[in-house]
Design a protein around this ligand. Structure first.
Ligand code: ATP
Length: 315
């Protein structure tokens, strides 16, 4: 297969037609996407979708059948050593010496890794908020603290790409919230790209700026998360809470280009072009309709995922 060469220097990770076949079956099937510097991207899919297999190929734990992975412009097929030095990752649970302190574990890693300074140890432990727990033995750490120490260790050699497979597995809601905060902090402070997998949409939505959905090894969709402006011409769903919905409906039915989808006593959902909303509000107010609330009804990623995959839920 012909593989694309990176032209944009801000692209840290590029997958092109990445494929893994085992026993003739494609576990990962022609996966292509890019991740840029500073992005925290979620790899989302149901159990068995191929997330771990994809990540294992990116970090070189297993070989690929076809396609390629470029990290900072270097192909892991042809320049593995140069490519892989830009990667830090946790694919399986991070291994530590339980009877040693967190600090001694990081010092041990420093001895085995070229170019890691004491200042860097201090820097990464601050980034993951571990500076006060470093003199405790790892066996006394909670799961969340081990995860943080693992991430600190993965950052020691100043990678440009951080790969985390299901990092929130087993964490409580407070731990998940903390992780979300320090992943964002790391991406910003270090200017690196982070790829994080999960089978839980709710976690990905909170942690990531973009999500890539895969199912049965194939790319399904990608979506930027967070608020986006609606284009003027776009038809959107609006929910209205009014004093008298029957009255509002009668007024709206006299207006052009607005479709009433559902009505209850005080609520209604309509479809309308974005640019017609001010006219709608003015028209209703002129006719004496009391408006208490007006908001867009957004299709969630989960709704979209359900449509695309015919009801196979993400989680
Ligand atoms: N070495 C292997 N031999 C045979 N099948 C495998 C092998 N490794 C993975 N698979 C299969 O490939 C599919 C994808 O597995 P993978 O672990 O990548 O999925 P996943 O999205 O990470 O799922 P999970 O969230 O459950 O970890 C699964 O059906 C799995 O059983």
């Amino acid at each position: 297969m012909k593989t694309a060469k990176i032209s944009n220097p801000s692209i840290v990770l590029q997958l092109s037609g990445l494929t893994k076949k085992i026993g003739g079956k494609a576990i990962v099937d022609g996966l292509s996407f890019d991740i840029a510097k500073g992005e925290v991207v979620g790899l989302l899919g149901p159990n068995g979708a191929g997330k771990t297999t994809t990540m294992r190929m990116i970090v070189g734990l297993i070989g690929m059948t076809d396609g390629d992975v470029h990290i900072c412009g270097q192909s892991i097929r042809t320049n593995f050593e140069q490519a892989i030095r830009h990667v830090g990752g946790i694919i399986e649970n991070p291994e530590f010496y339980p009877y040693m302190t967190g600090y001694d574990n990081l010092k041990q890693y420093q001895r085995m890794t070229e170019g890691v300074t004491d200042a860097r140890i201090e820097e990464v432990t601050k980034l993951v908020g571990m500076q006060d727990a470093l003199d405790k033995r790892v066996k006394a750490y909670s799961l969340g603290m081990r995860q943080r120490l693992g991430i600190a260790q993965a950052l020691l050699h100043e990678p440009k790409l951080l790969i985390l497979d299901e990092p929130t597995n087993g964490l409580d809601p407070a731990g998940i919230k903390e992780m979300r905060e320090y992943l964002k902090r790391i991406a910003e402070a270090e200017g690196i790209a982070i790829l994080v997998s999960s089978h839980l949409l709710s976690e990905i939505e909170l942690m990531c700026s973009r999500v890539i959905v895969i199912q049965e090894g194939k790319y399904v969709t990608a979506r930027s998360l967070g608020e986006t402006e609606s284009p003027k011409q776009k038809i959107i769903s609006i929910s209205l809470q009014v004093g008298d919905a029957a009255h509002a409906q009668a007024v709206i039915e006299g207006m052009e280009g607005i479709e009433v989808v559902s009505v209850t006593a005080s609520r209604m959902t309509i479809q309308i072009q974005h640019e017609k909303i001010p006219g709608l509000v003015a028209g209703l107010a002129t006719q004496g309709v009391e408006i208490y609330r007006i908001e867009e009804v957004r299709e969630t990623l989960e709704d979209e995922f359900m449509k695309l995959t015919g009801g196979n839920r993400i989680a």
